[in-house]
Design a protein around this ligand. Structure first.
Ligand SMILES: NC(=O)c1ccc[n+]([C@@H]2O[C@H](COP(=O)([O-])OP(=O)(O)OC[C@H]3O[C@@H](n4cnc5c(N)ncnc54)[C@H](OP(=O)(O)O)[C@@H]3O)[C@@H](O)[C@H]2O)c1
Length: 306
């Protein structure tokens, strides 16, 4: 299954053949496509997610195609379970060469619609999960002197759109973690990449109902990506030692525009963003209901309270 990469660029480029690749969220969507793409290059896969059956199906499909994959069912938001699973991966396969932090969930809600438990859950996967797993493998990767960590996030980490505050903050955390991890490993041969893709055709929005309709109108100008093309872009990033993965092209161009005219991009995102449904006015409990007399001057301003 392995394929020789003839044009390796840079000293941090990596041939995937026989390399150990850990993919989180490998039971579905982008993680599944990434695991299959890496296996297609001859990598030995460790597949992580909670759903044992779906992980088993992905592993079986990889092995049927002549690839190598082992499953490690785990809830990545549980720090102790992540420690156990990382030790199991290292003792059965070895120290990972590539870690793809992709697992994530979370519905899109306004701040006032989001409960304390929802915000903890939103941060837990992807952000805490990525942090726990990266810190578990990092000492051995540093000792070996090689490795590539890819952190998957969403365009919301560049553009703050309305109606998705906990989800968005968790993706900003992924971007922040990527930058700070890069600073931590500067001067070593470890690589860290941010993977930022627009809308991808995966079960994400079925798994997180009430969210898709909140994509800002301007986002509909971006073509919907197939998980396989995002996966292929990640493979290329590892093979070429590339820094970041941003797609589609229009998203890259919008990021450039944001540098030149941040106010314009902010205006577009806000102007076409999701609006709260109209709500009745709030009357504080116990407050006297007031009536507002029409302003006799007829200038449209409210009159006095009575
Ligand atoms: N779809 C898009 O348009 C889009 C765009 C940009 C970025 N993304 C990001 O891409 C990533 C993958 O999403 P997707 O689109 O492939 O959606 P998906 O099909 O819903 O996949 C999410 C994956 O994360 C796993 N997961 C969730 N919580 C977990 C936990 N606590 N522990 C272990 N695994 C967990 C799920 O597996 P189990 O349920 O089996 O645990 C599943 O494999 C997400 O971080 C998402 O934010 C998606």
């Amino acid at each position: 299954m392995g394929r020789n990469i003839t044009k390796l660029k840079g000293r941090d480029a990596m041939q995937l053949d026989q390399k150990i690749v850990v993919v989180t969220g490998a039971s579905s969507g982008l993680g599944e496509a990434t695991a299959k793409a890496m296996a297609g290059r001859g990598a030995r896969l460790a597949l992580l997610a909670r759903n044992r059956e779906r992980l088993g199906r992905v592993a079986a499909e990889i092995t049927q195609q002549g690839g190598q994959a082992a499953t490690f069912p785990v809830d990545l938001t549980d720090a102790a379970a992540v420690d156990r699973v990382s030790r199991a991966i290292m003792s059965s396969l070895g120290v990972p060469d590539v870690l793809v932090n992709n697992a994530g969930a979370g519905g899109w809600r306004f701040t006032e619609e989001t409960g304390p438990e929802d915000v903890v859950q939103a941060m837990a996967a992807p952000y805490f999960a990525s942090f726990y797993l990266t810190r578990a493998f990092l000492p051995d990767m540093l000792r070996r002197g090689s490795g590539h960590v890819l952190n998957v996030t969403s365009p919301v980490c560049f553009f703050a759109w309305p109606g998705a505050s906990a989800y968005g903050a968790a993706r900003w955390a992924m971007r922040g973690f990527t930058e700070l991890l890069r600073a931590d490993v500067a001067g070593t041969r470890l690589k860290v990449s941010l993977v930022c893709a627009g809308l991808i055709d995966t079960p994400y929005f079925d798994n997180n109902p009430g969210s898709k309709e909140r994509i800002p109108g301007v986002g509909r100008l971006f073509r919907t990506l197939q998980p396989e093309e995002v996966a292929e872009a990640m493979v290329r990033a590892v093979e070429r030692g590339q820094r970041d993965v941003v797609l589609p092209v229009l998203l890259k161009q919008t990021l450039l525009l944001q540098r030149l005219a941040p106010w314009l991009v902010e205006w577009l995102v806000r102007r076409t963003g999701y609006r709260r449904p109209a709500q009745p006015p709030v009357v504080p409990t116990g407050a006297r209901v007031t009536h507002i007399h029409p302003n006799r001057r007829g200038n449209g301003r409210p009159g006095r309270h009575v």
